[in-house]
Design a protein around this ligand. Structure first.
Ligand SMILES: [Zn+2]
Length: 252
């Protein structure tokens, strides 16, 4: 791995624009399971329960199940060494932006700024009528404890609140996707971390970067479909690889 890390460090140092693109694999060390892995959370929950159809057909039941899922998945989660390493690289001007497929908010919690969130952020809710966004935690708490009966409503307009995430069956919001594509095109180096790159359209971001001359650094436990095009292709955990990269670049 050391040789790959050395090469990755050189690419980051030399890049005018360096961007990180992260997936579920960066948050597993924080205790958030990758729902695609065997024995994962979706062996116990039915994906259909969190489908946009269910939200529209049965918002009260949806919110009950979602509140349970959130309590199980996200209680007391904190950023790990991989999130912290990316934030430190950004702080040192070696990384420009982070694009993530995750909804856990851990990049921002670690200190990354203006994170491009392709699938939204589970820490927020959005009013389906007026668009108002707010902290999700009190709403989950109210549903769980039975303080409110059914789905939470907007304090401004009484509209139905929805977790501000892309549910099964929903399209990705265009604004962050366009921003991510633009970043991929301008990146001299795209650091792909902990994503199996199986879900479109996010999966094609590394292709866009490579097609426009960006060097790919892939850090993932398993091979990805762009591994063959990568300047550096590491089979490693996000925490191990990024901690080593951080130490190499910043000496801490
Ligand atoms: Zn509203």
């Amino acid at each position: 791995m050391d040789e790959g890390i050395e090469q990755a460090a050189t690419l980051l140092r030399e890049a005018d624009t360096a961007v990180a693109f992260t997936g579920a694999g960066i948050s597993t060390a924080s205790g958030i399971p990758d729902f695609r892995s065997d024995g994962g959370i979706w062996d116990r929950y039915e994906p259909e329960s969190f489908h946009i159809r269910r939200f529209h057909a049965d918002p009260d039941g949806f919110w009950q199940d979602r509140a349970e899922l959130v309590a199980e998945l996200y209680a007391d989660v904190e950023p790990n060494a991989a999130h912290e390493a990316l934030a430190a690289l950004e702080q040192a001007d070696l990384l420009d932006r982070v694009i993530t497929q995750n909804v856990d908010g851990l990049h921002a919690a670690a200190g990354s700024e203006d994170v491009v969130e392709l699938h939204g952020n589970g820490g927020r809710v959005a009013c389906q009528d007026c668009g108002r966004r707010a902290d999700a935690a009190p709403h989950y708490e109210a549903v769980r404890t039975g303080d409110i009966d059914g789905a939470p409503r907007c304090p401004d307009c009484e509209g139905l609140l929805k977790p501000d995430v892309v549910l099964f069956g929903e399209r990705l919001p265009m604004a962050p996707l366009n921003e991510a594509r633009s970043l991929a095109r301008t990146a001299d180096c795209l650091l792909v971390v902990g994503s199996s790159l199986t879900v479109e359209p996010a999966a094609s971001l590394p292709e866009i970067a490579a097609d426009t001359g960006g060097a790919l650094v892939v850090i993932n436990l398993e091979e990805t479909h762009v591994s063959g095009r990568a300047a550096v292709d590491l089979r490693a955990s996000a925490t191990e690889a990024l901690s080593t990269l951080r130490a190499r670049l910043l000496g801490d």
